[in-house]
Design a protein around this ligand. Structure first.
Ligand code: NDP
Ligand code: OXD
Length: 306
């Protein structure tokens, strides 16, 4: 079995070594134009030339949960494209959201500013009942986050395309339910895939439906949010803050307005990083199952876009 690796910008050696260890006997190599045709590809954001050249692939294994970059390429009809499912990302996402949520809810930014500026000021303690959290996307990552936040005693709402049931979470499904979901939400956690249906979903009209004093935590993809609308609603004091891990332009340019806004905290797309050992173990296990003719989970529905 031949396995080609293609993740431009990454250092291939540890990934190739990991794949060789996880798939003993496989011929594993890094892709460059003209490389031998492989049976399986392990990729992150490969170029179109890769998809064009590798015409014998039986499946493509994405080194991430999001497949928007993969779906921008033209692939052979019917070729299975498979994404990572959790692989150590759900617990990272939970940590990130709990940190961001508690920081906004407890007003730690204001206390840190007071500390630096010489003030000693005790504000009224917040009530969790006044800080309902809405999780957009109740998939592998969103469901883990919704459960963790509900476990802390916050009211939690969740939105998905099809109906979902989660203990401790009031769930909403489909476009018709989005308005009620937003109106019930003060802290919005975005964990939707970027698809034709979700691009620019959070524009001025929708963000304005969040409760006054709302907070946006976007961990999914930058293009889900209209950034200029988010900034306008922060400047108008409808929204109180935002924590953003993902952006339309990545790396975020050094002079970008999102970096300079006093109420926006940013991180460089690290909310849940791909863990080499966990992801290669998952992918190798699925490749072996696939080769035995067994069903594998995580195959993308190309028409749906995730
Ligand atoms: P899943 O595919 O498991 O879950 C997607 C969820 O979004 C599902 O609940 C799905 O609904 C819902 N959804 C999709 N389209 C719509 C729609 N049009 N309307 C309403 N709901 C919709 O994805 P994951 O949880 O694994 O990952 C989510 C995203 O997180 C990834 O696509 C990626 O962009 C991002 N990500 C970011 C990382 C970071 O470090 N910042 C790291 C990893 C992922 P349904 O349940 O009905 O199918
Ligand atoms: C992913 C990501 O989709 O890292 O896995 O954003």
């Amino acid at each position: 079995m031949r396995v080609v690796y293609c993740a431009p910008g990454s250092r291939p050696d540890p990934w190739l070594a990991g794949l060789r260890a996880a798939l003993p006997g496989a011929d594993v190599y890094d892709w460059s134009p003209g490389a031998a045709p492989a049976d399986h590809a392990v990729v992150w954001a490969p170029p179109q030339a890769f998809a064009d050249e590798q015409s014998s692939l039986r499946a493509v294994w994405n080194l991430g949960a999001g497949v928007d970059a993969l779906l921008r390429l033209r692939w052979r009809d019917g070729l299975p494209l498979v994404r990572l499912e959790d692989a150590g990302m759900a617990s990272q996402m939970v940590e990130y959201v709990l940190h961001a949520l508690l920081r906004h809810y407890r007003g730690f930014d204001a206390y840190e500013r007071d500390g630096r500026e010489g003030r000693w000021l005790q504000r009224r303690p917040p009530r969790r009942s006044e800080w309902p959290v809405g999780v957009l996307g109740l998939g592998v990552l969103g469901a883990a986050v919704a459960r963790a936040v509900a476990g802390l005693g916050f009211p939690v709402h969740g939105w998905s395309r099809t109906p979902r049931t989660l203990d401790g979470v009031k769930t909403h499904a489909g476009d018709a339910a989005l308005g009620d979901f937003l109106a019930a939400t003060r802290v919005l956690v975005v964990l939707l895939p970027l698809t034709d249906a979700t691009r620019n979903l959070l524009d001025r009209g929708r963000l304005a439906q969040l409760q006054r004093g709302g907070v946006v935590i976007n961990l999914a993809r930058g293009a889900l949010v209209v950034e200029s609308d988010l900034i306008a609603l922060l400047d108008e004091d409808h929204l109180a803050g935002a924590t953003l891990d993902v952006f339309r332009d990545e790396p975020l340019p050094a002079d970008h307005p999102l970096r300079r806004h006093a109420r926006i905290a940013i991180t460089p797309h690290i909310a849940a990083q791909t863990l080499r050992e966990d992801s290669l173990a998952q992918i190798a296990g699925k490749i072996l199952a696939f080769e035995r003719g067994e069903p594998v989970t995580g195959i993308i529905d190309r028409a749906r876009g995730y």
